[in-house]
Design a protein around this ligand. Structure first.
Ligand SMILES: Cc1cc2nc3c(=O)[nH]c(=O)nc-3n(C[C@H](O)[C@H](O)[C@H](O)COP(=O)(O)OP(=O)(O)OC[C@H]3O[C@@H](n4cnc5c(N)ncnc54)[C@H](O)[C@@H]3O)c2cc1C
Length: 204
């Protein structure tokens, strides 16, 4: 079905799950005002950026008829006119070359029940693909992962970057999946928005 490669873990990644209700307590533990740091320590910087809560996606692309996927949270909608998505990909990850050769990719936005897909495509490299991994056939393009919150199909417009490749993708198609709470990544841990009311889960 696929040749999803699972690469190495990025330091600080963790499979632990925290509830959204823990967030106010975590913040309450840091009453001190912000102070400038004497030196720029990369490890401390990663911890600082871990305070930026994000959703979690799996980027999929297709090479020689096989699917390759990579967990990514460096994803943003860059422009509405034209519709452009931005994804940052580590130059050392195999996805970096594969997506450039493929010229297209899909951003699959995970829901809270899809944490194992994030583990798998984020470098767990343990065993076969999760049983929950199913693809929506897309004969002429990259398959979507079934059951995600949404999937956005892009064609690569431009690439650039430092130690990461900044991929700009022109949106060519997108679709919403079944309503569900999103999978959230915060301080190197997976969280859920358990307080989210079902009727507020879709902002349409
Ligand atoms: C929540 C979450 C969010 C993430 N967000 C991003 C993101 O936005 N962008 C991103 O790029 N990654 C991100 N990652 C990490 C990414 O998912 C993993 O690194 C993934 O395994 C890469 O898959 P791959 O098959 O393309 O890479 P692989 O080829 O399997 O490589 C995986 C990793 O191995 C190391 N590696 C590979 N080849 C070499 C080499 N020749 N020399 C030294 N090291 C090497 C690199 O660190 C590389 O990233 C995220 C992970 C998690 C869990």
């Amino acid at each position: 079905m696929s040749e999803e490669k699972v690469g190495g873990n990025e330091p600080g990644r963790s499979g632990e799950t925290c509830a959204a209700s823990t967030v106010p307590r975590l913040l309450a533990q840091s009453p001190e005002p912000m102070t400038p740091r004497a030196s720029l320590d990369m490890r401390v910087f990663r911890q600082t950026m871990g305070l930026f809560a994000t959703g979690v996606t799996v980027i999929t692309t297709r090479m020689n008829g096989s699917v390759h996927g990579m967990t990514a949270n460096s994803v943003t909608s860059l422009s509405l006119d034209p519709l452009l998505m931005l994804v940052a990909i580590n130059r050392r990850a195999s996805m970096c070359n594969i997506v450039q050769q493929a010229g297209e990719f899909v951003i699959n936005i995970l829901n809270k029940r899809q944490e194992e897909l994030s583990h798998y495509f984020g470098g767990a490299k343990i065993g076969p693909p999760p049983a929950s991994l199913r693809f929506e056939p897309n004969p002429d393009s990259v398959p979507y992962i079934r059951g995600t919150l949404a999937a956005i199909q892009c064609r690569i417009e431009q690439v650039d970057g430092g130690d990461h490749l900044i991929v700009l993708g022109r949106v060519v198609d997108f679709q919403d999946g079944p309503p569900a709470a999103p999978l959230v990544y915060f301080r190197g841990r997976y969280c859920t928005l358990s307080d989210l009311e079902p009727e507020t889960q879709l902002l349409v």
